[in-house]
Design a protein around this ligand. Structure first.
Ligand code: C2G
Length: 451
């Protein structure tokens, strides 16, 4: 008897799951399915799982393809199960291609093509349909998006659009998603759009997606002018759609914990914030050669300004900029100083200068310090006058961290958001405003885009 095994969460059971099990069964005579526990999904960073384990097991059984269901509780289990159940074939969808090749020593490994279009037939029965997300752009951040969206239950990467159709086709092939050459076809196939194109194109894509009644998650900096940020949020409201600016730090659990502790009064009133983020880019990179929109501040300014606006608000009295420039005039290192009525902040960021990336929050009775990479907050300390009394906090930051913003984006769309958005409209508008002031000072006016 040829035994086959596969594993999955099988949350919000849909056509992709059904077809996977259907084809898995044809690979042998006996199919075992390992359904993940909530605990295991938490451990491996699969977020937003809606259905209970029992519901997910029932849905798997209902297909009629499955001879035995086991539960998956830990990463090493696959290897042990293959020995224990004398498995001939391990199979999983092609979105995992390559991830389980290590099992080839013990059994055949078959990657079955993932189902690209989850039609709404099976979804209609669900009170929470799967959110189909389309990606605009195929650069580095888009590459990091797919592995992350796979770990947010209730969302599916539907397809990609890029006017450079060749790179869109390559991206789609690599990630096993649809490639749309026509924007209209792209928009009609998705429920939400993730804008991951170069900064200067964000405005037109966000506006277009909203006009097509799509929810939008846009990479930072969302836009580089205050008026455009305001216009896009007004349009989103008119359309009844969710518009998020994707600064992943804002959504990560560790940063949320840090903000909570900073605001709890445990260090008294906050009087000074220093935030630094440097990341050396090679001199041929787009970021250091795009005279209009490149440079350190447009690339990293959103991150370092985030804790300032979160903790001191957006009503600063003035902001001043100083930069170290390269030969082409682009800022290799920029400092922005914010003066508030009772506090101040200094943020520095650089693509051409390397410094200690630290977040320092000074209060009237103590301070909080988070070392680099504080923007993926996993550890920070609270210090007071009594140097012996140091509180230490840590928090996980899984994968590339995009899953946290995706999970918040999805739960806001599903209306299951209990709390205030982790990055508010006012904060996004203020970030765009500071970017605009910086570019104006640099003499780099933002050109108007006609759709
Ligand atoms: N799948 C598919 N088509 C989709 C979605 C999912 O073929 N549109 C497949 C996945 O590749 C997987 C199975 O359906 O083989 C279950 O998918 P999930 O429930 O999302 O499980 P996953 O998180 O992929 O975990 O240890 C668990 C495994 O790593 C799979």
């Amino acid at each position: 008897m040829r035994k086959v095994i596969t594993y999955g969460t099988f949350d919000l059971f849909h056509e992709g799951h059904y077809r996977l099990l259907q084809r898995a069964k044809t690979l042998g005579d006996y199919l075992i399915v390992g359904v993940t526990t909530e605990e295991y999904d938490r451990t491996r960073g699969k977020l937003n799982v809606i259905d209970s384990l029992m519901t997910r097991i029932e849905n798997v059984k209902k297909t009629g393809f499955v001879d035995e269901v086991i539960i998956e509780t830990s990463p090493g289990q696959k290897f042990r199960d293959i020995q224990k159940y004398k498995i001939d074939v391990f199979t999983v969808g092609s979105d995992w291609r390559g991830q389980f090749d290590y099992l080839k020593e013990y059994c055949e490994v078959v990657y079955l093509e993932r189902t690209k279009n989850i039609s709404s037939t099976m979804l209609r029965e669900q009170n929470r349909p799967i959110l189909r997300v389309g990606i605009i752009g195929t650069g580095r951040i888009a590459e990091r998006f797919i592995p992350e969206v796979r770990l947010v239950s209730g969302m599916s990467a539907q397809g990609v659009y890029n006017p450079h159709t060749e790179s869109a086709a390559q991206f789609a092939e690599k990630w096993q998603i649809e490639c749309y050459k026509k924007k209209e076809k792209f928009y009609s196939a998705v429920d939400a759009v993730y804008v991951a194109s170069p900064h200067e194109t964000h405005y037109k894509y966000v506006r277009e997606a909203l006009e097509h009644d799509k929810h939008v998650l846009c990479e930072k900096p969302m836009v580089l002018m205050r008026s455009r940020a305001e216009e896009l949020f007004v349009l989103a409201k008119e359309k009844g759609r969710i518009l998020f600016e994707g600064i992943k730090t804002a959504y990560c659990p560790g940063f949320d914990k840090l903000l909570g502790i900073a605001c709890s009064g445990t260090i008294g009133n906050i009087r000074n914030i220093e935030a630094c983020f440097t990341k050396l880019e090679n001199s041929s990179s787009r970021e250091l050669n795009d005279i209009r929109y490149g440079g350190s501040f447009t690339e990293l300014g959103s991150y370092v300004m985030l804790p300032v606006f979160k903790l001191l608000g957006t009503n600063y009295e003035r902001v001043e900029f100083d930069s170290i420039r390269g030969e082409n005039g682009l800022d290799l290192f920029t400092r922005a100083t914010f003066k508030y009525a009772k506090s101040m902040a200094t943020v520095t960021c650089g693509l051409g200068v390397k410094s200690e990336g630290r977040l320092l929050i000074a209060g009237t009775t103590g301070y909080i310090v988070a070392e680099a990479p504080w923007w993926k907050t996993t550890y920070f300390e609270v210090h007071r006058e009594d140097m012996e009394n140091v509180e230490k906090y840590s928090e996980r930051f899984l994968g590339d961290g995009l899953r946290y913003e995706l999970s918040d984006f999805l739960s806001t769309i599903n209306g299951s958001r209990e709390k205030e958005c982790k990055l508010t409209r006012d904060e996004s508008v203020s970030l765009a405003n500071v970017m605009e002031q910086f570019l104006k000072k640099e003499g780099r006016e933002v050109e108007s885009f006609i759709i």
